[in-house]
Design a protein around this ligand. Structure first.
Ligand code: SF4
Length: 374
């Protein structure tokens, strides 16, 4: 008697939105060394800054939600203690900052985020750090599956939703809260409660007009792409959110360089940049600001307005974002197969980074043929 053997289940490739797709889109080769060879990502203080600011804010929110700390504003001792704990955790992951100035800027940014954003945002957060996942097909080319291996015709995409809000205009607080005012301006706060996804960025709000000229090769607004893919991932488990709010945390404590850029944009009246109204005190402060001076303290309302960027979840933009993700996943898969066949890493992986700053901080720069300083 012959006994049938149970068929092996095909192992689907699984990609994390942040750790795989987003990093691969920055540079394939850097991603390969960091992800597969566990080479630390980079020496870049930006990497430390990004993780530090977002992790501190999320840790503060978690402590408030679990009743371990009161609602902000917090005193400086409490914030310093939190910053120390988060910095130690990052150090254990080999993400360190060797610049004292950068550390101070990071702590200023965390203080502004907790004490100015926290009182508005924390009470509205319904859930935080939600793991989400969904299954996608690899894109097809000329009517057939581009990936030759039939067992790997689709892949699993995973991610983490930083925070979910339940918002409604009916509670009467809408007019008092800057975030809800911004949502109302985009028609997002109706009488019925709506779900809004929140994503945090430690950076300044990008000038998309400049970005599209300078980073023509990327061709995508990375923050919008990520926000929409997170919205889709969430929709695989619950309803699609009405919108995504990307919070640019550095706008709460802007650097002198960012204020100079804002002043230039004010002169040019750049279409994309959110500027203060011409007769406001913020506009006058920006106009009077010049190089070498202490940066002016812009009003809290204006800084919050610039920090919130609302991205509506529309079917057309959602489709484009998902197509970008599918193609990136396919390219990762193709590079990995190429490396397995050829045994050559440099030949197999795309080097699609076009930022000299990222190349300068990359750990693979000493042997990468595309490093601009070679
Ligand atoms: S040096 Fe630049 S192109 Fe080369 S691997 Fe690093 S980030 Fe990529």
């Amino acid at each position: 008697m012959s006994i049938s053997v149970r068929r092996q289940h095909p192992i689907q490739p699984a990609y994390s939105l942040t750790a795989d797709v987003q990093n691969f889109l920055q540079c394939g080769l850097q991603y390969r060394y960091a992800r597969d060879s566990h080479l630390p990502w980079s020496d870049s203080p930006q990497l430390w800054f990004g993780r530090f600011v977002c992790d501190c804010l999320q840790a503060a929110e978690q402590q408030v939600r679990h009743g371990l700390q009161p609602q902000p504003p917090w005193d400086i001792a409490r914030i310093t203690q939190l910053c120390g704990a988060v910095a130690a955790r990052l150090q254990a992951e080999q993400i360190v900052c060797r610049s004292r100035t950068r550390q101070q800027v990071g702590q200023q940014c965390v203080t502004a985020a907790i004490n100015e954003l926290g009182p508005l945002l924390f009470p509205l957060i319904d859930e935080a750090q939600i793991p989400v996942s969904g299954s996608r097909w690899f894109p097809t080319v000329a009517g057939k599956t581009a990936v030759q291996d039939p067992q790997s015709s689709h892949f699993v995409l995973t991610g983490t939703v930083p925070a979910l809000l339940r918002v409604a205009a009916a509670d009467g607080t809408a007019t008092a809260c800057s975030l809800l005012q911004v949502l109302q301006a985009h028609g997002i706060v109706p009488a019925e409660p709506q779900t809004v996804l929140v994503d945090f960025k430690s950076a300044h709000r990008p000038d998309l007009h400049r970005r599209t000229r300078q980073a023509a090769t990327a061709g995508v607004d990375a923050d919008q792409w990520r926000a929409l893919v997170l919205a889709w991932l969430l929709s695989q488990q619950t309803a699609l959110p009405a919108a995504v709010v990307v919070v640019y945390l550095h706008e709460l404590s802007p650097s002198a360089a960012a204020l100079r850029r804002l002043r230039q944009a004010q002169y040019r009246r750049t279409a994309d940049v959110l500027l203060p109204s011409a007769d406001s005190r913020d506009a006058a402060l920006l106009q009077a600001f010049s190089a070498g001076q202490e940066p002016p303290q812009l009003s809290r309302d204006f800084r919050l307005q610039r920090a919130f960027r609302v991205i509506p979840v529309a079917p057309a933009t959602l489709l484009t974002a998902l197509q970008t993700t599918d193609h990136a996943a396919q390219r990762i898969h193709a590079c990995r197969n190429h490396e397995a066949r050829s045994g050559r890493i440099l030949k197999a992986w795309e080097r699609n980074n076009h930022s000299p700053a990222a190349c300068n901080a990359c750990r693979a720069r000493t042997w990468c043929p595309d490093f601009p300083g070679r």
